[in-house]
Write a protein that binds this ligand. Structure first.
Ligand SMILES: Cc1cc2nc3c(=O)[nH]c(=O)nc-3n(C[C@H](O)[C@H](O)[C@H](O)COP(=O)(O)OP(=O)(O)OC[C@H]3O[C@@H](n4cnc5c(N)ncnc54)[C@H](O)[C@@H]3O)c2cc1C
Length: 465
């Protein structure tokens, strides 16, 4: 059995930020299923939102709520926005280099559904810039150990209190880890989908553990589809994202006849719906995105990696539009947490994309997730330290754990994936029944009463068998 004070599952921005916010006199073990760089935090292109000016508060709040169909937890949104400058300062302190204007001031971009420019960025690799610095800072700490290719297989729990986890280490050994607190930072669910921008190994493991242990979940079927990923018929590991900031800076979408068909700055779910509708109408597998309306200098300075990918795939964005198609991208739902990132199990926290504090509602506003991940990771660290005095260890429990049941990792992972898929499908069906009922009821009412501006079809069902 391994022993640590705090166990963090996942080395994305949420897991690393938590580690950095914890005091240096605590022993911290971070485990990650793959190598430390293979996480969605490294893939984030567009940027990270910040309240750049107090005068922007109402507008930022409203943009987040509108994108989320007003199903957002208002308190979570408020916490995220009010804490944003502190997070950005912490990132600057660890050496993150955001784009600056000619005078050396922080420069901002804009993405779909944002009323104003309020997104900090580093070329089109903001996530890599942020996460590599967090990783370097965490690696430099003597109290932090990072184990790569080490997978959490289960939580160790008694009477709804978490005492640690069962893990499989890089050399194939199955072990238990005893910890005073455990933090799940296991990312999204894209690996369950045939087409996704996420890493394939991100299969909602934290959510699966939560389902297995009967923990509370929230908005479990709220899955975001990104409107624009590069269309290719070549088999790809994951769909390549064409960031929304490309449209934010002026790129246009065209149908098969090279005519515009929608407002390019709509929120993601509406944009996806418009693209799908157009594809169905045209009988095509993609629509076109034209980057040429973005001035040449800006295009190349801001989006060098997107341009390089298009060239690699045989399209020159300086000369022609590129084919794009929607794909699974982000998980708004997940393990229910309160405003301090506490799950419904004692001494177990969840942060980042795995967790759901309701901040995104039904649809995430672009560039809110890196920020949300780190704001609520910081709160988890603070809350956990405040309650440290209550911790009692339970070493006898570990003698009772039957490690044999974890030997067949493939079967276990399949079981976990099925648990998550079924939960999403179940919630989808429930939502559909409610919506059908509402539609039927609304049909009997006069139009002025039954109109609902926020009504949307159920979250897209794309789950692979
Ligand atoms: C292509 C792309 C572009 C994006 N662009 C933006 C953007 O511009 N702005 C923005 O705000 N957001 C963006 N996002 C979303 C954002 O990157 C993620 O929501 C955020 O990084 C999630 O961070 P995380 O720490 O929760 O998860 P991740 O960074 O995905 O990390 C999850 C970690 O958990 C580990 N893990 C999973 N299961 C296990 C297990 N069983 N055992 C051990 N370890 C496990 C993984 O190995 C990984 O280390 C983008 C996402 C993608 C995919």
């Amino acid at each position: 059995m391994l022993n640590t004070d705090i166990l963090i599952i996942g080395s994305g921005c949420s897991g690393l930020y938590t580690a950095l916010k914890l005091p240096r006199d605590r022993k911290i073990l971070i485990i990650t299923k793959s190598d430390a760089e293979s996480c969605d935090s490294f893939l984030a292109q567009g940027g990270i939102c910040v309240l750049k000016d107090p005068k922007d508060y109402d507008s930022y709040f409203e943009d987040t709520m509108r994108a989320g169909h007003y199903e957002n937890d208002r308190k979570s949104v408020e916490i995220m926005i009010r804490s944003s400058q502190k997070v950005i300062q912490n990132l600057l302190d660890v050496g993150v280099d955001f784009h600056r204007d000619a005078d050396g001031n922080l420069d901002y971009t804009r993405e779909g559904a944002h009323t104003h420019k309020r997104i900090l960025f580093h070329e089109d690799e903001t996530g890599k810039e942020i996460t590599k610095h967090l990783l370097a800072a965490a690696r430099a700490l003597p109290n932090v150990t990072l184990l790569e290719y080490t997978t959490m297989l289960d939580l160790v729990e008694e009477n709804n209190t978490c005492y640690g986890a069962v893990i499989k280490t890089a050399d194939g050994k199955i072990e238990t880890v005893q910890a005073d607190f455990t933090i799940m930072a296991t990312g999204g669910v894209g690996g369950l989908y045939e087409h996704s921008t996420n890493y394939r190994h991100l299969t909602g493991d934290g959510v699966a553990m939560a389902i297995r242990q009967g923990l509370r979940l929230r908005d479990v079927n709220y899955v975001q589809i990104h409107p624009t990923t590069f269309y290719t018929t070549n088999p790809e590991d994951r769909s390549f994202l064409i960031s929304e900031s490309v449209r934010g800076e002026g790129a246009k979408l065209y149908d098969k006849n090279m005519n515009r068909f929608a407002d390019e700055l709509m929120p993601r779910d509406k944009m996806t719906e418009a693209i799908r509708k157009q594809m169905a109408k045209d009988g095509t597998d993609f629509v076109w995105e034209d980057l040429r309306p973005i001035p040449y200098e800006e295009r190349h300075a801001h989006f060098p990696n997107i341009i390089a990918h298009c060239l690699e795939m045989g399209y020159d964005p300086d000369k022609e539009p590129i084919p794009v198609v929607p794909a699974q991208h982000y998980y708004m739902g997940g393990v229910w947490v309160d405003h301090e990132s506490k799950t419904s199990m004692d001494r177990l926290y969840a942060v980042g994309e795995t967790a759901c504090n309701g901040v995104h509602g039904k649809n995430r506003l672009a560039s809110n997730s890196l920020l949300e991940s780190m704001v609520f990771a910081g709160r988890a660290a603070d809350d956990l330290m405040a309650s440290y005095g209550t911790v009692r260890k339970n070493p006898e429990l570990f003698d009772k754990v039957d490690l044999d049941q974890y030997r067949d990792e493939d079967a276990l992972m399949k079981l976990y994936a099925d648990l998550v898929r079924k939960e999403i499908e179940k919630a989808d069906q429930k939502m559909q029944i409610i919506e059908d009922k509402e539609t039927a009821e609304a049909a009997d009412l006069p139009p002025a009463i039954h109109h609902r501006g926020d009504k949307q079809p159920a979250a897209p069902r794309q789950i692979t068998a």
